[in-house]
Design a protein around this ligand. Structure first.
Ligand SMILES: Cc1cc2nc3c(=O)[nH]c(=O)nc-3n(C[C@H](O)[C@H](O)[C@H](O)COP(=O)(O)OP(=O)(O)OC[C@H]3O[C@@H](n4cnc5c(N)ncnc54)[C@H](O)[C@@H]3O)c2cc1C
Length: 336
């Protein structure tokens, strides 16, 4: 049994920063994440993209932000259970929580902080027969490292920002040898600037744009070799390619947390904005996983939520102790 002060479910940016804020109050944290590495969406979906709205960083790569958050949390020696989804929660007679993962690892603490973001990541897949056979053999649902596509032929499908931005990036930086963007409609859902840029690049021949069409078939043995595109007017088009990347977004799914008796609204956990507590005393929800009036799913908002939640957690753990806010400039960072 792993014992700690706060069990944090989700090692995304908000969970990681909460370790630091809890540490300043001398509270120890243990993080659980179903992914094999910390960083949540920043590591899993867009590690090489710059973020421009982290206070004090005019621009920072998402992956770099995660590295920095890990460094900032390090003095407080957080524990990690990675690659294991938190499945169940139970209450002990002393009022503590026991969180058990899919592999049976048990964690006990008086406080649980849910920082589960979008929940368990589930990409939306196109309805193509046997698509699973070539997953990771040329078919990817997320671009983690664009270098994988250097010198390769790539077919991207989708009409949102991810599909547009990655098509532009891979073509403009001359990473991929050939970029084909397939979208089932003639209009796109992404930012107008990105749409215009894709149209301009298509006119210049840097991107091959095929609209009103869908990828309906894939072929290959040990690796993808070609895709079949069905065009609404022209019928079937065969495109030889090394990679097919459908970027249709992620299906938000709270996963097992949805069955923990928490108040849920629109696939998110309802919280009290005084301290981001849930309807179950001792359980808090911060970051993308929570919902309240005027909620913004931004990293900086999650940082604020985690900061206030640990203050409330401290008061629950030590009802007789007074906690006085101390500036880090005055007290420094006293690690464990
Ligand atoms: C392409 C893209 C660009 C973005 N750009 C920006 C931007 O410029 N600025 C900005 O502020 N925000 C941006 N965002 C949003 C930002 O990434 C999120 O707001 C942020 O990641 C939320 O952090 P989080 O810690 O709440 O959750 P997440 O980063 O989603 O992390 C949650 C973690 O919880 C884990 N988890 C969930 N359920 C369980 C479970 N049952 N057991 C174990 N682990 C579990 C998941 O595996 C995940 O690792 C962007 C998002 C995307 C997709």
């Amino acid at each position: 049994m792993i014992q700690t002060d706060i069990i944090i479910i989700g090692a995304g940016p908000c969970g990681l920063f909460t370790v630091f804020e809890a540490g300043l109050l001398k509270l120890k944290c243990h993080l659980i994440d179903s992914l094999p590495q910390p960083g949540g969406q920043c590591s899993e979906i867009y590690p090489k993209k710059p973020i421009y709205d982290i206070p004090g960083f005019p621009s920072i790569l998402a992956g770099e932000l995660v590295d920095n958050l890990m460094e900032q949390a390090a003095p407080f020696k957080p524990g990690f259970t990675l690659g294991e989804a938190a499945m169940t929660i139970d209450k002990t007679e002393e009022g503590k929580f026991i969180v058990t993962t899919v592999k049976g690892t048990k964690h006990e603490a008086p406080i649980v902080m849910i920082a589960g973001g979008l929940g368990v990541f589930e990409p939306r897949k196109p309805p193509i027969e046997n698509i699973e056979d070539l997953e990771d053999k040329g078919i990817d649902y997320i671009i983690k490292d664009p270098e994988v596509y250097r010198g390769k032929r790539v077919v991207i499908a989708g009409g949102g920002d991810s599909a547009l931005d990655w098509s532009i990036f891979l073509a403009e930086k001359k990473i991929a040898n050939e970029v084909v963007l397939v979208h089932r409609s003639a209009s796109f859902r992404g930012h107008l600037d990105s749409v215009q840029k894709v149209i301009d690049m298509a006119e210049q021949g840097a991107i091959k744009l095929i609209t009103e069409a869908e990828v309906t078939g894939i072929h290959g043995n040990s690796h993808l070799e070609k895709v079949i595109i069905t065009h609404q007017k022209e019928g079937e088009i065969v495109v030889e390619t090394d990679h097919f990347i459908p970027l249709f977004g992620l299906k938000p799914s709270l996963g097992p947390i949805a069955d923990w008796g928490l108040e849920i609204e629109k696939n998110a956990i309802k919280v009290n904005t005084l301290d981001y507590s849930t309807n179950i005393p001792g359980i808090y929800a911060i970051g993308d996983v929570n919902t309240y009036e005027n909620k913004l799913k931004l990293i900086l908002c999650g940082f604020h939520e985690g900061t206030l939640a640990v203050q409330s957690a401290f008061a629950r753990i030590y009802p007789d102790k007074k906690n006085i806010l101390k500036y880090t400039t005055v007290n420094g960072v006293q690690g464990f």
